[in-house]
Design a protein around this ligand. Structure first.
Ligand code: GDP
Ligand code: MG
Ligand code: K
Length: 298
């Protein structure tokens, strides 16, 4: 390990649809479900972890910050303020609008009371001209003393690869908190996998002697809709087991899916669209790598 390994916590803020999830997916280089824009959680949640030669960055969720209309809003803002003071860097995503809107103005006011460096990412620059980008940069420069201003496109990847290095500039030497191969700590995903496994085992009764594992391939909030799309894979050891799990014309798999979906909807408090596949992996239970992958190494 590098002697000057750095580590720290970064929170990403920004209005819904500004591109937070897209940017995170771009930064870690693969698709995983990360941010839900439901502001209901007041606890900080780890969303994504990146580990490079330079160090480790842990991205955490901040409860929504907005102009409070009621007590709950005030409470959420306090929680957000609290997070701002605890992280090492705040990364704020905005759209390339030439005028700063009321909501963003409010965020600027909140940021004025924190000492944490704020990095502004002007996202979606693919949608505007170079001249417009300069104008937007100047507008924000005048409004707040940002540590950095990064024009980027989470969609095309323009300028996104520079972001980790820029963040490391603001982090200090520190321990590696998580294993290098860990990109997210999402208890929700594990719970969902466990629910599917439980339903499957229950419905299959004793028919699969060596058990199964369940992997959540994707879990994603659908844009503008209260629906979560989930892709899951049931992993078994033998062809014959695969046949049993799928059942006649897919009847068993359908049953597993229906039952699991009900519980998962209850767990997530949202409608769920779930697709389940079945795959064979011989001797998966003997493989350390796979076990780890399936979250069984506790
Ligand atoms: P979030 O709500 O902040 O997490 O936003 P999402 O990442 O879900 O993105 C919202 C929408 O904006 C999606 O349709 C994305 O494809 C789109 N989007 C995100 N980043 C960019 C970008 O850099 N350029 C363009 N043109 N669209 C983007
Ligand atoms: Mg999102
Ligand atoms: K949604």
């Amino acid at each position: 390990m590098n002697r000057h390994f750095k580590s720290g916590f970064v929170t990403i803020i920004g209005r819904p649809n500004v591109g937070k999830s897209t940017l995170m997916n771009q930064i870690i280089g693969q698709k995983i479900a990360i941010m839900s824009d439901k502001p209901q959680t007041t606890r900080n949640r780890i969303q994504t972890i990146i580990t490079t030669e330079a160090g480790q960055i842990i991205f955490i969720d901040t409860p929504g910050i907005h102009k409070p209309k009621h007590k709950l809003g005030e409470y959420m803002n306090k929680a957000a303020q609290n997070t701002f003071g605890q992280v090492d860097v705040i990364m704020w995503l905005v759209e390339p609008n030439k005028a700063i809107g009321k909501g963003d103005q409010f965020i600027i006011e909140q940021l004025k009371s924190v000492k944490t460096p704020v990095i502004l990412v002007i996202n979606k620059v693919d949608t505007v001209s170079k001249n417009d980008i300069l104008e937007v940069i100047n507008t924000y420069k005048d409004a707040y003393d940002f540590a950095e201003i990064i024009p980027a496109s989470a969609l095309t990847g323009e300028n996104t690869e520079t972001i980790p290095d820029i963040l490391f500039k603001y982090l200090e030497e520190g321990p590696q908190f998580f294993e290098s191969d860990m990109i997210t700590d999402q208890p929700e995903r594990q719970l969902v996998a466990e629910l599917i496994r439980e339903k499957a085992l229950h419905l299959l009764q004793q028919e699969i002697p060596h058990g199964i594992a369940v992997v959540i391939d994707q879990m994603k909030d659908r844009q503008h809709k209260a629906i979560v799309d989930i892709d899951a894979t049931i992993i078994c050891e033998k062809d014959s087991h695969k046949g049993i799990i799928i059942g006649k014309q897919g009847a068993m798999l359908k049953k597993i899916g229906t039952e699991a979906r009900k519980d998962v909807e209850h767990l997530l408090g949202s409608k769920v669209n779930m697709q389940i596949w079945v795959k064979i992996k011989k001797n998966w239970r003997d493989s350390d790598f796979l076990l780890k992958n399936f979250g069984y190494n506790k």
